[in-house]
Every structure is written in structure tokens, then in C-alpha cells.
Write a protein that binds this ligand. Structure first.
Ligand SMILES: Cc1cc2nc3c(=O)[nH]c(=O)nc-3n(C[C@H](O)[C@H](O)[C@H](O)COP(=O)(O)OP(=O)(O)OC[C@H]3O[C@@H](n4cnc5c(N)ncnc54)[C@H](O)[C@@H]3O)c2cc1C
Length: 234
């Protein structure tokens, strides 16, 4: 049986990715433009990764099967995006966001990766704001948060009824300048092939187009014969 190796680093759950980041090999800035990176998809994950990597100087190939990177399924995320900023002072923390997310995922998610998500959640909100995402604000002008998805704290940042769309627009806004600068190549993996002729029918051995043509000829022949017969009678 194949065992999937998710390559999660060793160590206690709260330190795995932090330790890994501190010890991984760095890429010399001059070498970044020599490295090709392929990013598949232009949802929130793909588009934001491609935009960031492009801005960091790597050569990025970002495949998109939709007409525009703005049309990914991430548009469905209308409820909002969670972060452990604790703006509402209701006792939220990175650990609580981690725990709620694991519980919300029926304890099936990879714990180290969820912990990392909780850890960087605050930076993600800052990134979205920098990209121009218009999160809802209260009357004082500060970011509003709501309690969403059964959480006991208010940690959800939202843009009323269209968070996913606004997040995608923010990502696209970061992606487009990099595409225009030529740092990111974005598009479909390959040009669509022209439609091939359908295979021959089993019984007659003819192609569908040939069958249609023959049927048309038969109808024309019959019409011609009946016209001739009518003229002869007259
Ligand atoms: C109804 C609904 C509501 C949700 N609400 C929320 C919410 O309120 N808050 C929240 O945080 N999350 C919410 N989520 C979850 C959230 O939307 C997703 O977890 C998130 O958008 C996933 O982003 P993604 O970039 O990984 O995937 P996607 O947005 O699905 O992007 C995947 C991309 O990969 C492309 N792709 C796939 N295969 C290929 C291929 N072979 N070649 C090229 N491209 C390919 C796709 O076309 C697409 O562009 C919701 C999800 C759903 C379904």
C-alpha cells in the first residue's frame, strides 16, 4: 500500500514549521530569477502564492483553467476569514484558533499545518488589507469581527456577502502587475485541441458526419421524385 508522506517536520506541533523555516537553505537573491516555479491554479492559494513568489523575484508559471484568475471556486467563501487578532478582547489566541479549526475539520486535518495556519492568520489579514480587500469596519472605523461557524469568539473578518470575491480581487490585483512585468506567465496549460471527428458507428462503419450527409441526400432525392411525379400527373 502506498503511504502518503506529507513531509511534516519533526518536533512539537507548535514549533515544527517555525524550526523548519529557521533551518532551511536560503536562496541567494541573484539566483531567484534562475529558478522556475510552477503554481497550479489561481484560487486564493495559487494566486496569492504566485503573486508573492513573483514579487520575490522567482520565475513563476501559474496555470489557470478559467477564463480569468478571478473566477476560481474561492469565490464561494462568503462568510469571512478567521484570524487570531483578538481585537474583540474575548480571549482568542493562536492556540484557540488552531483548536477550533482542528475540531471544525472533524479532527482529520494535519495538525502541524493547521497550527501554522493559525500562527500566520494575523499576517494574512494584513496582507489582504495591503492588497486592498475592503473588510467591514465598525462605526469608529476599526475592523469589525463576527462570530462565525460556531466559534465562541468573534474572529471572522468579512466583506459583507462577498468576502471570497473581494479576496480574489485582492489577489488578482497583486498578480496582474507581476504578469505585466513578465515575472509571472499565466494561462491555460496548453491550447485546446480542435474537436476531433467522432468515431465511426459500430453497425454501419460510417462517421456521424457521413451518416448525416447521406440522410440529407436521401431526403432530397425523395423530394425530387415526388416533385417529378406531381408534374407528370398535372
Ligand atoms: C460553499 C463554500 C463556502 C465557504 N465559505 C468559506 C468561508 O466563509 N470562509 C473560509 O475561510 N473558507 C470558506 N470556504 C472554504 C474556502 O473557500 C476554500 O478552502 C478555499 O477557497 C480554497 O482555496 P484554493 O485556492 O485552495 O482552491 P480553489 O479556489 O478551488 O482554487 C483551485 C484552483 O485550481 C485550479 N485547478 C484545479 N485543477 C487544475 C489543473 N489540473 N490545472 C490547472 N488548474 C487547476 C482550479 O481551476 C482553481 O482555479 C468555503 C467553501 C465552500 C465550498
Amino acid at each position: 500500500m502506498t503511504k502518503i508522506d506529507s513531509k511534516i517536520p519533526e518536533g512539537p506541533v507548535a514549533e515544527k514549521w517555525t524550526n523548519y523555516k529557521a533551518h532551511q537553505k536560503l536562496v541567494n537573491p541573484a539566483n531567484k530569477r534562475r529558478l522556475d516555479i510552477i503554481v497550479v491554479g489561481t484560487g486564493l492559494a495559487g494566486a496569492s502564492a504566485a503573486a508573492s513568489l513573483g514579487e520575490m523575484g522567482f520565475r513563476v508559471f501559474n496555470f489557470c483553467i478559467q477564463d480569468s484568475p478571478r473566477r476560481a471556486h474561492s469565490i464561494a467563501a462568503q462568510g469571512g476569514i478567521n484570524a487570531a487578532k483578538n481585537y474583540q478582547n474575548d480571549g482568542d489566541s493562536v492556540y484557540r484558533l488552531f483548536y477550533d479549526t482542528i475540531k471544525g475539520g472533524d479532527y482529520r486535518a494535519r495538525e502541524a499545518n493547521v497550527y501554522r495556519l493559525a500562527e500566520v492568520s494575523n499576517a494574512i489579514i494584513d496582507q489582504c488589507v495591503a492588497q486592498g480587500v475592503p473588510f467591514a469596519r465598525d462605526y469608529g472605523g476599526l475592523f469589525d469581527n463576527r462570530s462565525f461557524g460556531g466559534a465562541f469568539v468573534s474572529r471572522t473578518f468579512y466583506a459583507r456577502r462577498q468576502t471570497g470575491q473581494q479576496l480574489l480581487l485582492g489577489c488578482f490585483g497583486a498578480l496582474k502587475p507581476q504578469i505585466e512585468k513578465g515575472k509571472i506567465k499565466s494561462g491555460k496549460p496548453a491550447e485546446e485541441k480542435p474537436a476531433e471527428e467522432k468515431p465511426k458507428r459500430k453497425r454501419t462503419g460510417k462517421t456521424e458526419a457521413a451518416g448525416v450527409k447521406e440522410a440529407e441526400e436521401t431526403v432530397n432525392r425523395k423530394a425530387k421524385r415526388s416533385r417529378k411525379a406531381k408534374t407528370a400527373k398535372a
